[in-house]
Ligand binder design. Structure first.
Ligand SMILES: NC(=O)C1=CN([C@@H]2O[C@H](COP(=O)(O)OP(=O)(O)OC[C@H]3O[C@@H](n4cnc5c(N)ncnc54)[C@H](OP(=O)(O)O)[C@@H]3O)[C@@H](O)[C@H]2O)C=CC1
Ligand SMILES: CC(C)(CO)C(=O)C(=O)O
Length: 329
């Protein structure tokens, strides 16, 4: 893309700041960021990304807004990197920055994330992305990125938009990722990758959130931890297959090779428990459970894990998680 590209990024947290850095260094991108709790910090001081792959950089986007209304205007791309919670409400709130020619880019964990956006913006192209970037916001506007970096991207096809237009919107966004120097793969069926990632997230995000121990500690914790995790993953794979998503044989073993090669890791959901933030339950656990129930797939481990994570989320929302010891009787 040679002319100016207007991009609006919604959700300037750990992953949002990483992609903001990538996009902001593309010379023809004019980047607007909509930030929430870290708005003042980013507006005053910009974003510092300390990356194992890209080095340490301080940058300020073209504009920082605190609400979609403040950022109102036409954008070629609106990139959603918020936590996928209350997606219907988020989609509605983005009306001031999305018109029929805006392409929506979703970079979030989970499955089913696209549906509320398609319902709210039926004429828009949606690019659906799975990210294997690992990042943490250590204080407002400061983000640490570890070496893990990979984006899988594909269309969430819109039958009411011409395939040529959809492809050119995908190609143009890919050219930005390329110019921003991040690694990516283009997927013909991104739903396969979304489900693969959700198999990973159902296991590791839920287990680290429930146990508050890292993945390696969990894997060494008892002879039962590995078989239980594998059964959980297999259950989710079966749900995906019954939903019409062709998942390959051997995926669980591949994901185990991957996790065993890593040091003990925590996850974005575990960090939300620590920060007492609401959890991304629906897109990571709720959609697979709902589909399993609809399709009659038996998922006993998934059901237990889902129920327990819902309890943690409920405790956070009620302010009752890890309550301090009460002295009253
Ligand atoms: N961190 C990681 O290593 C990885 C994360 N992911 C996924 O990437 C996505 C982003 O995660 P991450 O960057 O870690 O999350 P963070 O919590 O670090 O950042 C999310 C940002 O979005 C804002 N936000 C969250 N929810 C909403 C909402 N409903 N409406 C408006 N703004 C919102 C937050 O604002 P506020 O501060 O006000 O809450 C925050 O600025 C998630 O889907 C996550 O699962 C995927 C791979 C790895
Ligand atoms: C970084 C990673 C891959 C770890 O499971 C992740 O997806 C998350 O934390 O949500």
């Amino acid at each position: 893309m040679s002319g100016k590209v207007d991009v609006c990024l919604y959700g300037a947290g750990a992953i949002g700041s990483f992609y903001a850095f990538i996009l902001n260094r593309v010379s023809n991108v004019q980047l607007t960021i909509i930030a929430r709790s870290n708005y003042e910090a980013i507006k005053a001081n910009g974003i510092t990304l300390d990356s194992e792959n890209h080095g340490k950089h301080l940058f300020s986007p073209y504009k920082v807004a605190s609400t979609p209304a403040e950022a109102a205007g036409h954008y070629d791309y609106v990139v959603c990197v918020n936590k996928a919670i209350n997606q219907e409400a988020v989609a509605k709130s983005l009306a001031p920055v999305i018109d029929d020619t805006t392409t929506i880019v979703l970079i979030q964990n989970g499955v089913g994330n696209e549906d509320p956006f398609r319902a709210q913006f039926p004429n828009s192209t949606i690019l659906s992305c799975v990210t294997w970037v690992g990042a943490t916001q250590t204080s407002p506007g400061f983000v640490k990125h570890i070496a893990s970096e990979f984006t899988e991207i594909g269309l969430f096809p819109n039958p009411s938009v011409s395939p040529n237009i959809e492809s050119s919107r995908l190609d143009n966004f890919i050219s930005l990722l390329k110019a921003g120097n991040t690694k990516f793969a283009i997927e013909d069926n991104i739903q396969i990758r979304r489900w693969e990632k959700v198999v990973w997230n159902v296991a590791w995000n839920a287990i680290t959130s429930l146990t508050q121990i890292d993945t390696q500690t969990w894997l060494h914790s008892s002879p039962d931890s590995i078989p239980l995790t594998k059964q959980l993953m297999e259950e989710v794979i079966e749900v995906a297959r019954k939903s019409g998503v062709p998942m390959r044989e051997g995926l669980v073993e591949e994901l185990f090779v991957k996790i065993l090669a890593l040091p003990g890791v925590y996850t974005s959901m575990q960090k939300d428990v620590v920060a007492r933030n609401p959890l991304e339950i629906d897109v990571i656990l709720g959609v697979p459970v709902t589909k399993a129930r609809e399709l009659g797939v038996k998922t006993p481990v998934l059901e237990v894990i889902y129920t327990l994570v819902q309890a943690v989320d409920y405790g956070i929302r009620q302010g009752k998680i890890f309550p301090s010891i009460s002295t009253s009787v």
